[in-house]
Design a protein around this ligand. Structure first.
Ligand SMILES: Cc1ncc(C[n+]2csc(CCOP(=O)(O)OP(=O)(O)O)c2C)c(N)n1
Ligand SMILES: [Mg+2]
Length: 374
């Protein structure tokens, strides 16, 4: 018997505006009108400035750990731009641009990184889940949200964001498996920035693209330039249509790069070459978009200077609101975990003490019974 080919495919790579200023006007047709392009550029610039300010807040002890988004702004922003306002955005932690575009107030993200839970209480009407720090968990949430929408007969879809490292997690594969086999309207948007903290992508995946990981699940897969606002807008728009009209998921690999450290707790100079960083600095999504706007005679240096002043005011206002919020009551830690508090927890709420730590109400720990807990 002759050996036949059981399956053959190829992965497309979509690029519309590259780092050399090459622009494919035909592919870009109808994607982003000029007015929106200006608004999107302004938005990315404000987000970039927030990154700088957040870094300084952390260094001066006014914020906990912070992960800069620098270099990756185009991906989540393009997705949020083309999706409906009622579609779920299910983020990781490098999607500030997309979340702010949807309407999440900037101070929420600041509060989150300042360790204030109120930063996670995103208004329901914005359809954004809180930032997900445990790697990979949010992809399952997206599959669940899409499943719920499908069950209710709503046209709402879910778009979830995650990194290259997250594709090594079991949760990723479970989410992909559920989404593909239950025909769920999900867009899986992987931001491949080549690093999972200090672990390079090439030792996490032996295949030439991450995109092809979706093939194993019978899912449509595509790779795009993640630093190209147009390319991401195009592939997400098509994926959203596939989700809404055919209730089928898509796996998108957006190729990007984090220009900063993993977080403020990291020093990337210890494991990556400056030459690599410099290469990607030249591929910065802001630089190429600014170039296109200038070419279209929509932008100049005085507008840029005005924008930077605007960004400073916007971010300063958000910092002021985040730092100015009234401190939470110490009892609030009990408010969002249990629907009803059992007597032991009620006692803890009243006394702020727990016998399990050897503490007892009205008595000092040194008088606690031996063993300290019961
Ligand atoms: C379940 C889990 N394991 C480990 C970690 C520690 N951790 C935080 S970020 C990170 C790397 C994530 O890399 P990637 O998915 O590529 O996202 P990136 O930070 O590059 O955007 C790891 C391992 C975690 N947060 N959650
Ligand atoms: Mg990564």
């Amino acid at each position: 018997m002759p050996i036949k080919t059981a399956f053959k495919t190829e992965i497309e790579h979509v690029s519309i505006l590259d780092e050399h200023g090459q622009f494919d006007a035909k592919l870009a047709e109808g994607l982003i009108p000029d007015d929106d392009l200006l608004a999107l550029y302004r938005h990315m610039t404000v987000c970039r400035h927030l990154d700088e300010v957040a870094f300084k807040l952390q260094r001066s002890g006014r914020m906990g750990t912070y992960p800069q988004n620098m270099g990756q702004e185009a991906t989540s922003l393009a997705a949020a731009y083309v999706l409906e306002k009622t579609d779920w955005l299910v983020p990781c932690y490098r999607e500030n641009a997309g979340l702010f575009w949807r309407g999440v107030p900037m101070e929420y993200v600041l509060l989150h990184w300042m360790g204030d839970e109120r930063g996670n209480a995103i208004p329901r009407e914005l359809f954004c889940t809180p930032l997900a720090i445990p790697i990979g968990t949010q992809m399952l949430h997206a599959a669940g949200l899409a499943w719920a929408a499908k069950y209710r007969g709503e046209k709402q879809i879910a778009c979830t964001f995650f990194g290259d490292g997250a594709t090594s997690e079991g949760d990723f594969h479970e989410a992909m498996n559920f989404a593909a086999n239950l025909d769920l309207p999900v867009v899986f948007l992987c931001q491949n920035n080549f690093w999972a903290i200090s672990v390079p992508g090439k030792i996490q995946c032996s295949a030439p693209t991450l995109a092809q990981r979706g093939l194993a699940y019978g899912m449509h897969c595509v790779q795009c330039d993640g630093n190209d606002l147009f390319a991401v807008a195009k592939v997400v728009k098509e994926a959203a249509a596939r989700a809404r009209e055919q209730s089928r998921p898509t796996f998108i690999e957006a190729v990007t790069y984090r220009l900063g450290d993993h977080t403020t707790a990291d020093d990337a100079r210890r494991y990556r070459d400056q030459a690599e960083v410099d290469l990607w600095k030249a591929r910065d999504p802001l630089i190429r978009l600014r170039g296109l706007l200038k070419e279209k005679k929509l932008w100049n240096d005085s507008k840029e200077a005005e924008l930077l002043e605007f960004a400073e005011r916007e971010v300063a206002g958000a910092v002021q609101r985040a730092e100015g919020i009234e401190a939470p009551a110490t009892t609030e830690v009990f408010d969002h975990t249990f629907a009803t508090l059992d007597p032991q927890i009620l006692k803890q709420r009243e006394t702020r003490r727990t016998s399990s730590l050897g503490q007892q109400s009205g008595r000092s720990a040194s008088h606690a019974p031996a063993g300290g807990s019961h």
